[in-house]
Design a protein around this ligand. Structure first.
Ligand SMILES: Cc1ncc(COP(=O)(O)O)c(C=O)c1O
Length: 393
């Protein structure tokens, strides 16, 4: 290469999922021990067939091949605002909503609008690696909060308060969490918002997995807080909810001033989210409540099956926290790095999971299992293979 690249980019490690895929590249797996892929969080089922039929018809409409409004199709913003109002028992308006090309883009744009070189953002560890990577690429310092394994992975508000400085621009929370699966209690989430408000910073709340919660009630009541639009930025994804990962559609809810800044970034980055993805999300919101509920129940059954399978006496792995798509497992091999353990599982047990080390400092005792990828009846096989691997260390 005969030119220089931005050193902030070159200092960041390559995408971790691709690295894990590299561990099994070119391998074939025998029928009696097929690959169990616990690496990427992607639904194991296709989109609803009626959604695909709808898109097959819609694709002929000229609008579906054109740019949409920068902030998304008006009907989608309206339907999403109305869905969110019901879900959170709140009054969320169309104007509070912007559609993006996936939740990752919503995060990237929100962060660019909030913070620049030398600023700080508080990120509970373990964190979603793309959040950390993007902050590094912006020259923003990610200030980690320590992992509270004994609190089921719920971060400490007091620690966050102690780490806020003049340079802090935001606190980022993900609930249900990736990678831990932890679901933060509503009062803790509210305390984080109150802290953000008291200190004049943003609270970014990534709720990509909100449609896979175990209970029906609202996961928090932030929209009842006075002035919530002044500090809260919620990020959403349609990727997992409707199995639309490749269509790139997500969104955010925030106050009008920050949305105006984010809209400038969106105009330059993508102009708009893909029109086909937006049509798919709109169809899902209007027509697929039952399908969505079925998938939520499926993931809850998978989680219950995983917990049952992991309860065996001869298995020395612990489920530290689990929910939505993920289980965060403590491996029993003290002194062995998580990457060594994960590679061993890939090489010898044909099981691909991600090491805690991908998700921040101090995570070498843990592995992330994306259990939602795997049918409930295969959880016993996962436990069998873990038991079989234990003697090797
Ligand atoms: C916490 C979190 N946020 C965002 C995303 C990406 O979502 P999208 O496909 O909508 O960009 C993921 C996907 O794994 C995720 O786990």
């Amino acid at each position: 290469m005969n030119y220089r690249v931005n050193p902030l980019f070159s200092a960041v490690a390559p995408p971790p999922i691709a690295e894990a895929w590299g561990w099994i590249a070119g391998r074939t797996f025998p029928d009696d021990k097929p690959l169990i892929d616990l690496a990427q969080a992607e639904p194991s089922y296709p989109p609803a067939s009626q959604l695909l039929d709808h898109l097959a018809e819609e694709i002929h409409r000229p609008e579906l091949s054109r740019y949409t409004d920068i902030r998304g199709i008006a009907a989608l913003r309206g339907a999403f605002a109305s869905h969110l109002s019901t879900f959170y028992n709140a009054n969320i308006k169309s104007d509070d909503v912007s559609i993006t090309a996936g939740c990752n883009q919503a995060f990237c744009l929100a962060m660019m609008a909030l913070a620049g070189v030398g600023d700080e953002v508080i990120l509970p560890a373990p964190y979603y690696f793309n959040h950390d990577m993007w902050l590094k690429m912006l020259g923003v310092t990610a200030v980690p909060l320590s992992f509270q394994a004994d609190a089921g992975g719920v971060p400490s508000v007091d620690e966050a308060a102690a780490k806020i400085t003049e340079r802090t621009r935001a606190i980022v929370l993900v609930s249900p969490n990736n990678p831990t699966g932890a679901i933060y209690p509503p009062d803790v989430i509210r305390q984080f918002l109150d802290l953000a408000r008291a200190r004049g910073i943003a609270l970014i709340l990534d709720e990509t997995y909100k449609d896979f919660l175990p209970s029906d009630g609202a996961p928090h009541h932030l929209h009842q807080a006075p002035g919530w639009r002044d500090n809260l930025i919620q990020l959403f994804s349609f990727s997992k909810t409707y199995s639309l990962t490749g269509h790139r559609v997500g969104g955010l809810v925030a106050g009008s001033e920050i949305i105006a800044e984010i809209t400038k970034g969106m105009d330059c980055a993508a102009i708009c989210a893909p029109a086909v993805g937006q049509a798919a999300a709109l169809y899902g919101l209007v027509n697929l409540d039952d399908w969505k509920e079925e998938k939520r129940q499926l993931s809850l059954k998978r989680l219950a099956a995983l917990r049952d399978a992991m309860a065996r006496n001869d298995l020395h792995y612990d489920v530290v926290s689990a929910g939505a798509f993920f289980a965060y497992m403590r491996h029993p091999h003290a002194g062995k790095g998580a990457t060594v353990v994960a590679r061993h599982l890939a090489d010898n047990e044909n099981m691909l999971c991600l090491p805690g080390a991908f998700f921040g400092p101090g995570q070498d005792a843990y592995l992330r299992f994306s259990f939602a990828n795997v049918e409930a009846k295969r959880m016993v096989e996962i436990a069998d293979r873990l038991v079989a691997s234990q003697a090797a260390f």
